[in-house]
Ligand binder design. Structure first.
Ligand SMILES: Cc1cc2nc3c(=O)[nH]c(=O)nc-3n(C[C@H](O)[C@H](O)[C@H](O)COP(=O)(O)O)c2cc1C
Length: 125
């Protein structure tokens, strides 16, 4: 599984790199990614609960290998907190693995790493 991230101000990149450190998986910026296998998408929420245009365009081309989504946002946005993840999970029928505030907490990293480890275990069965 690859970790593919979109970021504007760096929070999602920072979170992705923490997950990569913890799991040993490769982190690739969305602009450089050309997935040929399963990947977890990590992105952020913008414009009152929508996904970035860059993420939407990427998914139009690369949704077949999408296996799950993590969404960064900010608590301040209330019901729109991390909503890009809800939109993507609903649209593409994949699990919403985690909704994280900014660059995420240690517990968020652990939760995502645990989900990734279950995927690897399932793939090995
Ligand atoms: C114009 C603007 C709109 C935003 N809208 C939302 C939102 O609707 N929901 C949310 O949870 N966060 C929202 N945010 C916060 C970002 O999603 C959050 O800071 C995120 O960590 C940014 O990720 P990045 O640093 O990887 O770009 C918004 C931020 C900006 C600047």
């Amino acid at each position: 599984m690859q970790l593919i991230y979109d970021t504007l101000t760096g929070n999602t990149r920072r979170f992705t790199l923490k997950v990569a450190d913890c799991t040993g998986l490769e982190a690739v910026a969305l602009a450089e990614a050309d997935p040929r296998g399963p990947y977890l998408l990590l992105t952020y929420t913008f414009g009152s609960g929508v996904l970035p245009d860059s993420t939407a365009a990427f998914l139009r081309r690369h949704s077949p290998w999408l296996r799950g989504v993590v969404s960064s946002g900010s608590f301040h946005w209330g019901e729109n907190f991390g909503r890009a993840g809800d939109v993507i999970a609903g649209q593409y029928g994949v699990p919403f693995v985690a909704r994280v505030n900014k660059s995420g907490s240690a517990a968020d990293v652990q939760a995502v790493a645990a989900w990734l480890s279950r995927q690897e275990a399932d793939a090995a069965d």
